[in-house]
Write a protein that binds this ligand. Structure first.
Ligand code: CS2
Ligand code: MG
Length: 402
């Protein structure tokens, strides 16, 4: 089953996406998400200029060999651009092999380990009451898990809080906006949010929170301790995780479960966190961490060390990535939860898919392959528009993690 063509489709139905389409001599094709939010064209170029020429003529059934060929053969290993490109190739190969075998990918991954994939919604608000109301709406829709993010009083913007009613997309066309950050105000405020959430919603719903890389380990330890009475499902990205050892400090001080990994792009970014059981959930995604093949290896390491999966699933990861994640989630044993933010209707028209939401969970469907497609004519009507994620600064002007 030789690869005869590789197309890189860049489009922007509301936000930018990069999609790899690999076609085989059998007239089949597979899709892979290659979107790296804010640096999309770097991956598109890496694929077009350096990867696709190497794929032509290769046997599409040799998924693992192709992964190793692109990883070791590049010499310059790892990094978000390289690994997003490898992820896209890997995902497209799983897709086209599923189609060739007339089988949904989850069946190729060992079959279903559960009936469906529990997901979490995203409640946010400009006040605690608004956030609690938003969370209630998710629970009424059948969600069992909700992330809560609330505007911190005195700050001009807070991560995860969109404009009232607008579909949350933090990117800015043109140049990055700059938003304020105050650790003190944030740490003083967040425990009150979850005290109210628990008082209003009761003990059952899974509550999650994304710190978004903003704290030091000892600050994260303080926050984790302060949240213990509200037994969160997880506290995510408490600190930037380049220093994996930093999580030892957090772990020593709090029983609040820890999640990290959406910015990781290989097992080498997280093996110490997993081997030392410094985290409870690994957030690596299909599109950023080497595709389905590499994500399985990360999950396997996690299984040995009581770490469950919690794949990243924001709307800058395309429906192609979400479809692939759901096949992985359905099959992997140590599944934890899947992030889910519905894409815009236009995005869903560009990327028709078979996954379906029901009662707080998603199922990838049983179409051969991943069960997702791309309408290239419609995609062409949504040209790329350069956009950037915001930049964060402390109140004194010092650049901080956004
Ligand atoms: C966030 C992401 O969903 C999350 O957990 O961390 O929305 C993140 O801000 C974006 O994916 C960045 O592109
Ligand atoms: Mg996050």
């Amino acid at each position: 089953m030789k690869i005869v063509d590789g197309q890189v489709i860049v489009c922007s139905p509301g936000r930018n996406f990069v999609t790899l389409k690999l076609s085989t001599e059998d007239g089949l094709y597979g899709l892979g998400d290659a979107t790296l939010n804010g640096r999309e064209l770097a991956v598109a170029s890496y694929l077009k200029e350096h990867v696709v020429p190497l794929l032509i003529g290769r046997d599409a059934r040799r998924i693992e060999d192709t992964w190793q060929y692109l990883y070791k053969g590049a010499y310059w290993r790892r990094g978000p651009v390289t690994m997003a490109a490898i992820s896209a190739v890997d995902t497209a190969l799983w897709d086209v092999n599923g189609k060739a075998l007339d089988t949904p990918v989850y069946q190729l991954l060992g079959g279903a380990s559960r009936e469906s994939v529990m997901v979490y919604g995203h409640a946010n608000g400009r006040t605690i009451d608004d956030t609690v109301k938003a969370a209630s709406r998710f629970l009424e829709q059948g969600y069992q898990a909700v992330r809560a993010q609330c505007a911190v009083p005195g700050l001009d913007a807070t991560y995860g809080v969109g404009h009232a009613g607008a579909h949350y997309d933090p990117t800015d066309k043109g140049r990055p906006t700059e938003s304020q950050w105050s650790t003190e105000r944030y740490l003083d405020f967040v425990p009150g949010l979850f005290e109210k959430m628990r008082a209003e919603l009761g003990p059952v719903p899974h509550l999650l929170h994304d710190v978004h890389h903003r704290l030091t380990p000892i600050e994260a330890a303080r926050l984790g301790k302060s949240l213990e009475p509200y037994h969160l499902f997880w506290m995510e990205d408490a600190v930037p995780a380049e220093l994996q050892e930093g999580f030892r400090t957090i772990r020593q001080h709090t029983t609040t479960p820890l999640a990290v990994g959406e910015v990781f792009n290989s097992i080498w970014d997280c093996h110490l966190l997993i081997e030392e059981q410094l985290i409870d959930y690994i957030r690596c995604s299909v599109v950023h961490a080497g595709g389905i093949s590499h994500l399985r290896k990360i999950a396997a390491l996690g299984e040995v060390h009581h770490v469950r999966t919690g794949c990243h699933g924001a709307t800058d990861l395309s429906p192609v990535c979400l479809a692939a994640a759901l096949h992985f989630d359905l099959a992997v044993h140590n599944f934890g939860i899947q992030e889910y933010i519905p894409h815009t209707e236009e995005t869903d028209r560009v990327f028709p898919h078979r996954y379906r939401f029901e009662a707080g969970a998603l199922h990838p469907g049983d179409a051969p392959g991943l069960g997702v497609d791309v309408d290239e004519a419609l995609a062409a009507r949504h040209p790329y528009a350069r956009a950037y994620l915001p930049v964060s600064r402390k109140l004194d002007g010092t650049v901080h993690s956004w």
